[in-house]
Design a protein around this ligand. Structure first.
Ligand code: HEC
Length: 85
């Protein structure tokens, strides 16, 4: 029980480098993706990767793009929605 609580605290502390919980706003994510993920290279196409593959990519490059956890959640939501089409 204590170990589980400690693990939860650790996850919460790591949260600022990660992706926020809760429902994403994909339309906000699309705008963010187009504005911020095009800073260093051409935009990747959402269907270049499977929905599950986008999560580590957004964690890695969302940090490059200076996105907060909510922004990453929204971008990931949009990418996964498009990738699943
Ligand atoms: C600060 C610059 C920068 C920003 C901003 C950026 N990227 Fe990248 N991205 C790179 C670089 C550099 C590479 C090539 C990395 C390599 O070849 O190892 C890359 C490669 C990629 C790749 C190819 C796969 C890979 O890992 O090499 C994908 C997909 C990608 N970026 C997605 C994104 C997304 C999504 C965003 C927005 C959340 C984003 N990038 C924002 C610099 C950036």
């Amino acid at each position: 029980m204590l170990a589980a609580a400690a693990a939860l605290v650790a996850v919460a502390a790591a949260g600022c480098a990660s992706i926020a919980e809760g429902p994403a706003d994909p339309s906000a994510g699309k705008v963010l993706f187009e504005a911020r993920c095009s800073a260093c290279h051409a935009l990747p196409h959402p269907q270049d990767y499977a929905p599950a593959e986008w999560r580590p990519i957004v964690i890695r490059y969302g940090r490059e793009a200076g996105m907060n956890p909510e922004e990453k959640r929204d971008v990931l939501g949009w990418l996964q929605e498009e990738a699943a089409r």
